[in-house]
Write a protein that binds this ligand. Sequence first.
Ligand code: NI
Length: 184
Amino acid sequence: MIYPIVVYGSPLLRKVAKEIDPDYPDLNQLVEDMFETMCVSDGVGLAAPQIGKSIRIFIIDATPMAEDDPSLEGFKRVFINPKIVEEKGDVWTFTEGCLSLPNIREDVDRQSEIRIQYVDEDFKPHDEQFDGIKARVIQHEYDHLNGVLFVDKVAPLRKKLLKSKLNDIAKGKSEANYKTIVLK
Ligand code: NI
C-alpha cells in the first residue's frame, strides 16, 4: 500500500514518536509499505510520522545516490527504536530535501560521524558507526522521530525567505509528483 506523504503544517510531524514492541501489529507489512511509498516518491529515507504513524521507525535506501557515491550501493536498512548515542567529527554542510517539504532544498550543518543503536525489522539489536552521507541521512530521519524538520536548522535569514513557501505547503498547496496530505 502506498501512503500519502504527511507534509509540513501537520502537527503529527512535530510530535515525539513512541517506541514500538516486537508485537506491533503487521510490522512486516508496514515496513514493506514504507519502502513502496518511499520508492514511488523518489526518497532515500522515510520516517513513520511521514505516513501518519507516530512511532519510532525509519527506513533508508540510499541506492539512488550510489551513482554519485559508490559507497552507498546497497545501503538499505530498517531502523526501529533507534538511539543516536554519539555525534562527533567536523560540522559539514550539505543540501537537504525532505518528502514532507516538497520543493524545498536548503543547506544544513551537521556533525560528520554518529554512533547509533537500534533494532532491525526482526528486532535484532545493532550498534554501528556511520559517517558522511550515511550519517547525514540517518540524522535527518532520526530528527523526524523527535518532531524536528531540517528547516528548523537552516539559518534564520534563509528561514524567513522560506516562510511563504512553507505556508503554502501547510495550506495544502504543495506541488509534488507524489500524493501529499496535511493531517490536521
Ligand atoms: Ni525528511
